[in-house]
Design a protein around this ligand. Structure first.
Ligand code: NAD
Ligand code: UDP
Length: 324
């Protein structure tokens, strides 16, 4: 058991944040979950609200806030393309101003701070699989740029606060992660395919479905996060956390149909602009420095995710607020 800490999780009511809060609360830490519920729901954290070591703060990270903490996991940011493209200017503000506010807090408190960055910083990669040393191939002016460039700027801010102000940072680049508590209408491929299959709708393949992704189950990701936060100060990252198992989107669609037994077809839709054609993490650094590698194969993770989606009342999920 590690010593009890005061830990802030921004974006803590979201898909990944709520699981991280759960883990940290179970370990006995004093957890503050900060979120504005843009892409999440209160019931992601309602089971934690009564715990004496859990506190929720409704706040937008683009605005300053003063809290006293020892560690910050900085996740607040819309993550699904449909969510981050809803208000792209706000997405960029969330990444840049949100990171500045949280880095300022880390500097003032002497707290350690971890950034939830993304494989999107590699764009449509020319190097495959992607090692952390690859600078990426990113369009600065496309519809994904608000997210990709926002996260790239956030990484830059983290490194500059580290070099200039000696802030103790960690940078994690997350590759597509899925599991229970994904927003059923977030438009991401795993949530879309499962929702479509279990509601008897055809599965929408964008493009010809030959593009690839590597899918990491959320428990593996949370374990990687925590190991990175607790890694020796000599290893600040960036580090890739993801599952190197690589699948075409068509393969994923076929697997979801087979596993749900749904009587639906694969139908094709136009490929959105700048959709990366392939993606797979090189996890050599995570293995070496964190002794981390994923343990949950796609089939097992999908089985748990499908089971959860079957229990959910999808009418309870709201789209992002129009005033975001
Ligand atoms: P999510 O949308 O479920 O969680 C994001 C959370 O941030 C939500 O609860 C949302 O309400 C909150 N939020 C958004 N804007 C905010 C703001 N301005 N102020 C306060 N809170 C705000 O998505 P997720 O999949 O849990 O992603 C969490 C983090 O991990 C994000 O930073 C995302 O970019 C990163 N990430 C996720 C994946 C993935 O595959 N899940 C991949 C790469 C990176
Ligand atoms: N995709 C798809 N059908 C859908 C949703 C997504 O074919 O209904 C494709 C999408 O074009 C992309 C891949 O699945 O190639 C992963 O999409 P997602 O939005 O989950 O994540 P990202 O593109 O950010 O990796």
């Amino acid at each position: 058991m590690t010593a009890t800490k005061r830990i802030l999780v921004t974006g803590g009511a979201g898909f990944l944040g709520s699981h991280l809060c759960e883990r940290l609360v179970a370990e006995g830490h004093d957890v503050i979950c900060l979120d504005n519920f843009f892409t999440s729901q209160k019931y992601n954290i309602e089971h934690l609200l009564g715990k004496k070591n859990f506190e929720f703060v409704r706040h937008d990270v683009t605005l300053p806030i003063y809290l006293e903490v020892d560690e910050i996991y900085h996740l607040a940011c819309p993550a699904a393309p449909g969510h981050y493209q809803f208000n792209p200017i706000k997405t960029m503000k969330t990444s840049v101003l949100g990171s500045i506010n949280m880095l300022g807090m880390a500097k003032r408190c002497g707290a350690k701070i971890l950034l939830a960055s993304t494989s999107e910083i590699y764009g449509d990669p020319h190097v495959h699989p992607q090692p952390e040393s690859y600078f990426g191939n990113v369009n600065t002016i496309g519809i994904r740029s608000c997210y990709d460039e926002g996260k790239r700027a956030a990484e830059t801010l983290f490194m500059d606060y580290h070099r200039m102000n000696k802030v103790n940072i960690r940078i994690v680049r997350i590759f597509n992660t899925y599991g229970p508590r994904m927003h059923p209408y977030d438009g991401r491929v795993v949530s879309n395919f499962i929702r479509q299959a279990i509601t008897g709708n055809d599965i929408t393949i964008f493009g010809d479905g030959s593009q690839t992704r590597s899918f990491c189950y959320r428990d593996d990701l949370v374990e990687g996060f925590v190991r990175m936060m607790r890694a020796p100060d000599s290893f600040i990252g960036p580090v890739n956390i993801g599952n190197p198992g690589e699948f075409t989107i068509r393969e994923l669609g076929e697997l979801v149909i087979a596993m749900t037994g749904a009587n639906v077809k694969l139908v094709t839709k136009p490929l959105p602009a700048d959709d990366p054609s392939r993606r797979r993490p090189d996890i050599t650094l995570a293995k070496k420095h964190l002794d981390w590698e994923p343990t949950i194969p796609l089939r097992d993770g999908l089985a748990k995710t499908i089971a959860w989606f079957k229990t959910v009342d999808m009418d309870q999920y709201r789209p992002p607020t129009p005033n975001y």
